[in-house]
Structure formats: C-alpha cells, structure tokens
Write a protein that binds this ligand. Structure first.
Ligand SMILES: CC(C)(COP(=O)(O)OP(=O)(O)OC[C@H]1O[C@@H](n2cnc3c(N)ncnc32)[C@H](O)[C@@H]1OP(=O)(O)O)[C@@H](O)C(=O)NCCC(=O)NCCS
Length: 168
C-alpha cells in the first residue's frame, strides 16, 4: 500500500526490510529508538511504512503493539539526520495518525519519548498528544538511565483538532 502526502510517499514495508535494518545499524542517533526495533525482535502486530522522498528512503514510521480489542497502538517515527528539520516527520505523522484512527479504526494512540529527545516531544505535542506520565529511568543509553515520557492521543481529540483546522 502507498499513501501520498505533499512531498512524500509512505509505502508499507516488510519486517525484514534490508534497507531499514541497515539504517539502524548505520546511524548513531538511532540509539534512541526502541529496544525491540534495535534488536529486531519484532511483533506481528504492527504496520510499517517506509518514508520515501522521490523514491529515496528518508525514514520509517510504524503503528506497533496493536491491541485490536482495546483498539490502541503505539506510534513511532524516525527521519534520517540529513532529512530532519524539513517538516517531513510532521507531514508523515499527520497522515499516519489519520490512517490509524480512520482506516484502522483505532481509538487510542500512544507514543513513548526519551526525555532527552526534545524534537520528539515537540513533534508529538504539536499533533495533540498529551503527556500522561513518566517511566522513570526506563531507557539505558550510553551508560546512563533516562526517563521515558508516555504520551497519549484519543480519536475524539484528534477529530476535534482536525475540525478546528489546527493541530496545536
Ligand atoms: C523526532 C524526529 C522524527 C523529527 O523529525 P523531523 O523531520 O526533523 O521533524 P519536523 O521537521 O517535522 O519537525 C517537527 C517539530 O519538531 C521540532 N524540532 C525539530 N528538531 C528540533 C530540535 N532539535 N529541538 C526542538 N525541536 C525540534 C520542529 O521545530 C518542529 O516543530 P515546529 O513545527 O513547531 O517548528 C527526528 O528528529 C528523528 O528521527 N529522531 C531520531 C529518531 C527518534 O528519536 N524518533 C522518535 C522516537 S518515537
């Protein structure tokens, strides 16, 4: 499946997509990604999208840990450093949130952000995610433990934001 945004194509990918696996091995910055992603121990309950710009791979986003009975899932995204700060994460995530709520009919999306990762917090807050709690010292990075911030967004909140025509 391919979803088009203004500049990007979001194309569903396989769990063993070699290009995506290579990215995680090549980029130091991606150590902030989840343990499961880094260790390739992927669950079946997820939808993965390659984020492409004119057919070039610039990142990936996934709807993961889908709980079909509770209609909730976790959202994650990464954009390669050389393509960051161009608005691509925002462009992709807006469409993926919409896909999760309106195509997959989920009720709740969660996002976990390492406290030190300011761009990620800014990104999810910009799209209406509310800070719900802190998992203290839950992420081990470079010899230190960092807190994980847990965010949530409900479908009615998203719909209200869309109806208002603003995402902040
Ligand atoms: C988080 C990430 C996806 C953002 O990607 P991006 O394409 O650069 O984001 P955008 O250009 O769409 O910017 C989104 C918002 O974050 C803000 N932002 C970007 N870099 C920032 C920084 N260093 N500090 C604070 N805010 C920042 C932008 O200003 C923008 O907000 P604005 O529209 O109000 O100005 C990217 O930094 C990344 O892939 N990081 C590594 C992987 C990761 O940590 N993923 C999150 C785990 S779920």
């Amino acid at each position: 499946m391919k979803i088009k945004t203004k500049n990007l194509s979001l194309r569903t990918a396989e769990k063993d997509d070699k290009d995506l696996q290579n990215l995680f091995e090549s980029y130091e910055q991606l150590k902030y990604m989840s343990e499961r992603r880094l260790h390739k121990n992927l669950s079946e309950e997820e939808v993965i999208f390659r984020i492409e710009l004119s057919d070039e791979l610039v990142g990936e986003t996934r709807i993961k840990d889908i709980k079909w009975f509770n209609r909730k899932a976790e959202l994650s995204i990464m954009i390669l450093p050389e393509f960051q700060n161009k608005g691509f994460a925002g462009e992709a995530i807006e469409r993926i949130i919409d896909y999760a709520f309106h195509t997959m009919n989920l009720h709740r999306l969660e996002a976990e952000v390492i406290k030190a990762n300011k761009p990620s917090s800014r990104l999810v807050e910009k799209f209406g995610f509310k800070l719900e709690g802190t998992l203290r010292e839950a992420k081990y990075v470079n010899g230190n433990y960092d807190d994980i911030l847990v965010y949530g967004l409900l479908k009615p909140e998203w719909t209200a934001l869309q109806n208002k025509g603003c995402k902040k």
